[in-house]
Write a protein that binds this ligand. Structure first.
Ligand code: GLP
Length: 263
């Protein structure tokens, strides 16, 4: 895992947007996995800026969102579909026919999940998957105990996750108890992974998933099994890491190493 520690939320957002933009520039047909939550809002703002100021071209990319609440229609203001339109899709030249977000109000979630997995395969797999992290260490909605082999499916949400996400709803009782989510197995098949996290409340879980043991109790720790995972944290989220000096040294000397090996 490559660990990049940014000064603050804005720098974290700029660095992560630049990592995504570099992939889009390299591969116009990129298949991009997208995340929701407060964390990636700044990253999406930076991507919109790159589109407006530099003409970063999203017209040929395909996107797959990680998850969606069961029971919420795509136009519901608390749906992740709505979130994506508000924060990214409506502001860049993305082709709506290449945008996939799990359908929360599907009549048959099981068939839908199989269809979603097939769509990802048909698109050639995910090239770069963006992730945030929940306080209990979940990625997408893969709550503690999720199998590392899991695929897109319906998952019951953990108490802590419901409490955390209640801030987006009028009252806690309105938060759906279930979500459709890509599985850990689905996520690990992405060619590259970029996880972003900020703030003190994520410090403990970031130290655990980066420097602790691999465990399904902290599903983000599955990233230790991935050969191309990058983590961008702000200083607060990185504050409980024990090897910060090493991560910073690697970051600062990366260019030097690349020069030495002729890249
Ligand atoms: C939800 C989403 C996750 C996200 C997490 C953290 O549970 N399903 O994909 O990473 O919230 O959200 P935030 O970025 O708001 O802390």
């Amino acid at each position: 895992m490559e660990i990049i520690i940014a000064k603050n939320y804005d720098e974290m957002s700029r660095i992560s947007a630049e990592i995504i933009a570099a992939e889009v520039r390299k591969n116009h047909d990129l298949t991009l996995g997208l995340a929701t939550g407060d964390t990636p809002v700044g990253t999406y703002k930076e991507l919109v800026k790159l589109y407006k100021e530099e003409g970063l071209d999203f017209s040929k990319i395909t996107t797959f969102n990680l998850d969606e609440y069961v029971g919420l229609a795509p136009l519901h203001e608390n749906s992740y579909n709505y979130f994506m339109k508000e924060n990214l899709f409506n502001h860049v030249n993305i082709n709506p026919s290449r945008v996939y977000v799990p359908q929360g109000n599907t009549n048959d979630p099981e068939i839908f999940c199989e269809w979603y997995e097939n769509k990802i395969k048909e698109a050639g797999g995910i090239d770069l998957q963006i992730l945030g992290i929940g306080r209990d260490g979940h990625i997408a909605f893969n709550e503690p105990g999720s199998s590392f082999a899991s695929r897109t499916r319906v998952k019951a949400l953990y108490k802590e996750t419901i409490e955390d996400n209640a801030r987006f709803f009028k009252k806690e009782e309105d938060v759906p108890r279930f979500a459709i989510t890509m599985g850990i197995g689905t996520i690990l098949e992405a060619r590259k992974i970029l996880l972003i996290a900020n703030g003190k409340k994520k410090a403990d879980v970031c130290a655990k998933f980066i420097e602790g043991p691999v465990t399904s109790m902290i599903t983000a720790s599955a990233l230790q099994l991935h050969c191309h995972a990058t983590v961008v944290l702000d200083e607060e989220a990185a504050s409980m890491l024990t090897r910060t000096e090493y991560y910073n040294w690697v970051r600062d000397n990366k260019k030097l190493v690349q020069k030495k090996i002729g890249r």
